[in-house]
Ligand binder design. Structure first.
Ligand code: ATP
Length: 189
């Protein structure tokens, strides 16, 4: 749930996101969203060049059954727990910049294990501070990072993931300290 005021993404007078199946109840929508995105997450990932377009394809793939804007950047300002994310007018340029730097780093293919953990933590922290989509950023981050880790030769063992620890590490990274995030990623390698 985001702190958004009079949000055109929501049904009027509510904080429930307009959705393709017209569910108006938040708990029901949460359940539906969790179920269908879990099914999509089990399917093969979209193909692409590990660039910002590919990242949107991940979001589109996961959320195609829920939102008509799946795969499209948000047009409203959002914040979570006091963290204000990138203003919508800068999302495109920040995504292009971030993924150009990922490409310049050869998608971390030449990294040692330690370097992968710190580089991936920094990438994830930046991605999270952009928060390009109105909803579904966390799941897209995880799906994309898993794929990136795989192709760069540093596959993740996600069974060891603790959602509460991930959330705490993401919040610390937003405040400029990426160490927890780096250690979490390192523990998955
Ligand atoms: N206060 C905060 N500051 C910075 N990042 C945050 C904060 N709260 C949550 N996050 C991060 O935002 C992401 C979640 O974004 P969003 O809610 O759009 O994704 P989601 O996929 O719908 O949710 P979830 O990841 O909870 O399943 C996660 O990476 C989470 O760690």
């Amino acid at each position: 749930m985001y702190d958004a005021v009079s949000d055109p993404y929501c049904y009027p007078g509510t904080t429930v996101l307009r959705n393709l199946v017209d569910i108006r109840d938040q708990a029901t929508l949460d359940r539906y969203e969790a179920e269908v995105t879990a099914v999509r997450a089990e399917q093969p990932v979209p193909s692409g060049k590990l660039d910002h377009v590919h990242y949107s394809a991940f979001h589109r793939h996961l959320f195609q059954d829920v939102y008509d804007w799946a795969g499209h950047y948000r047009t409203v300002r959002i914040a979570k727990g006091g963290s204000a994310f990138c203003y919508p007018e800068y999302i495109e340029q920040q995504m292009v910049r971030l993924f150009a730097s990922l490409q310049a780093d050869d998608h971390f293919r030449r990294c040692s294990r330690e370097d992968f953990a710190s580089s991936a933590a920094h990438f994830l922290a930046e991605l999270n501070s952009i928060h390009p989509f109105r909803e579904g950023n966390g799941r897209t981050q995880l799906a994309f990072l898993t794929h990136l880790a795989e192709v760069s030769g540093h596959p993740l063992h996600l069974k060891r993931l603790d959602p509460a620890a991930v959330m705490a590490a993401m919040i610390s990274s937003f405040l400029g300290d990426e160490r927890q995030l780096r250690d979490l990623i390192d523990a998955l390698l």
